[in-house]
Design a protein around this ligand. Sequence first.
Ligand code: NAD
Ligand code: UDX
Length: 466
Amino acid sequence: SKKITKICCIGAGYVGGPTMAVIAQKCPEITVTVVDINEKRIAAWNDTDLSRLPVYEPGLDRVVEEARGRNLFFSTDVDKAIDEAEMIFISVNTPTKTYGKGKGMAADLKFIELCARQIARVAKDDKIVVEKSTLPVRTAQALKSILHNTGNGVHFDILSNPEFLAEGTAIEDLHAPDRVLIGGEDKGAIEALVQVYAGWVPRENILTTNVWSSELSKLTANAFLAQRVSSINALSELCEKTGADVNEVARAIGTDSRIGPKFLKASVGFGGSCFQKDILNLVYIAKSYGLHEVADYWEQVILMNDHQKRRFADNIVTTLYNTVSGKKIAFLGWAFKKDTNDTRESAAIYVADHLLSEQAEIVVYDPKVPAEQVYADLDYLNTRSEDENRRLVTVINDPYEATKEAHAIAVLTEWDEFKTYDWDRVYNNMLKPSFVFDGRAILDKESLEAVGFDVYTIGIGDGTMR
Ligand code: NAD
Ligand code: UDX
């Protein structure tokens, strides 16, 4: 099959940016152009100050530095990039629909369809179109019907190549993926994409399947991963009641090689742009085929996650003598996990929303999330006015300032730096009694108690024989 030398990627987000940067880094003979309609985002990708890239990911700055201007380009000229490319990745967002049929469940495919129509309009020679976005199974059918009805004789091959990187570890994940998945019909097109990845991924780690298996595997992988988190979180509540310690339980079961040790960390709830969206999508697809038991089974993963966020907030209220009205609660962390500036669906947003409804005052510290993002996340919920969000929530970029005179600290993200703080100093500046609610089980409960804190850790019950 023909060797690809020109790639275009539509969508310069958390997936398109890092993924294409690594392809460009590993395949210097391929020119990679990443395009987006968001001018600010493209300008940030082109910023000479690498600390201002739009996506924070450890190691990303060095990859961009190496490839940008050599064979990696960021541009807003979508038509030109489509016209010149032999292979076009579609990596635009596919959020949950917020209107109409399937509202709150189905994936909104309008951005995908717009890309397909633009490709159909612009392309003058044959192209391989690659679904990089996470899509409902059978989307390739829709793309095919849009692309193949242009009447200009251009031939399109459609491949599914879902992305399995996790934020915070995107560069490691892209450099050494457990597997690359490519689904398609045309052997030549599949081989052309295999060749790109073979630039650095061992052949045996490149799986090829039919296009529907590939599309469905992405939703399935995220459903299984999220299910593990909801499973351990369900047990975390039982641990608290029975005196068990969920970390000990996780270790005990995780050493069974059939279960495995990963993704068993109890938390205040999973967040991120993928898990909830993709499971809701899976549930919607199952329902649309009349598979109600299948739909209900997977929906429970989401319901458990909602419960976990809610009960964490409720526990703060109960512990603070049943009222947080007018009390200052300091949030350590706002991102949905450590080592990212992404806050989409972060548990912190929902915990804050519950506490704000109880009239708490919240002070947020996160090492990578700017104030305007915190406000945007809360405003998006539409629970209260924008003015009220700004009156009740303060964002401070110093953890010691943020916790000063607080009634309680809530740990919402597992940032490593939280473990290194001078907790004596934090304690001395707080109101007494000083409460810590550790939603990530990262702080050492016993040493904080020795300092004087009242500590609640997710999933840890009282282990004594009383
Ligand atoms: P994102 O919102 O960060 O980026 C998407 C970008 O696409 C935006 O910058 C947007 O401006 C751009 N865009 C939308 N329509 C466009 C158009 N018509 N032309 C040009 N640009 C357009 O989203 P993301 O997190 O990168 O996710 C992209 C896809 O990858 C989603 O389907 C998601 O489910 C999937 N995915 C995400 C992750 C993750 O960790 N974030 C992991 C695997 C898969
Ligand atoms: C996820 C998938 O892991 C990735 O393969 C896919 O491509 C995109 O979606 P991401 O959402 O970026 O990646 O991060 P992930 O590490 O999966 O974490 C998701 C959420 O689950 C985070 O809020 C995280 O804190 C939480 N989590 C994860 C736990 O609470 N406990 C765990 O043991 C693991």
